[in-house]
Design a protein around this ligand. Sequence first.
Ligand code: ZN
Length: 142
Amino acid sequence: MQLTPNISLEELTATSTGLANAPTRRERAALLALATHILQPLRDAVGKPVYITSAFRSAAVNRAVGGVPGSQHRSGQAADIHVDGMTSMALARRIVALGLPFDQLIEEFGQWVHVSYGAQHRRQQLTAVRRNGSTRYLDGVG
Ligand SMILES: [Zn+2]
């Protein structure tokens, strides 16, 4: 089911865990808002596919992938994305420069970008790094 011209519900609910991952009405509404306000405008701006590695996670999927319980992936508000030919830092900076109304933006380990949309509109920007085996979040992207 297409949510926007280039973003489908299937790609926002895909999981490699093999576990059930069906969003409720409310979670689907959050995914639609994320696609409408963040993912589709980003796709239009970069002119290339925005690959979604993880968006919605059911409770079982979130546990299986080690997600934190309050993760915005659980509520359908967040997606982990990458674009071929762009570093994750370049992608994160592009999202900021475009003025997209994200809630939280995290450049994660130089590998992907976590971006969320929700009522909070914090426009929080972080960079996740691994130090001595644990994850630390630094203010800002770049
Ligand atoms: Zn994420």
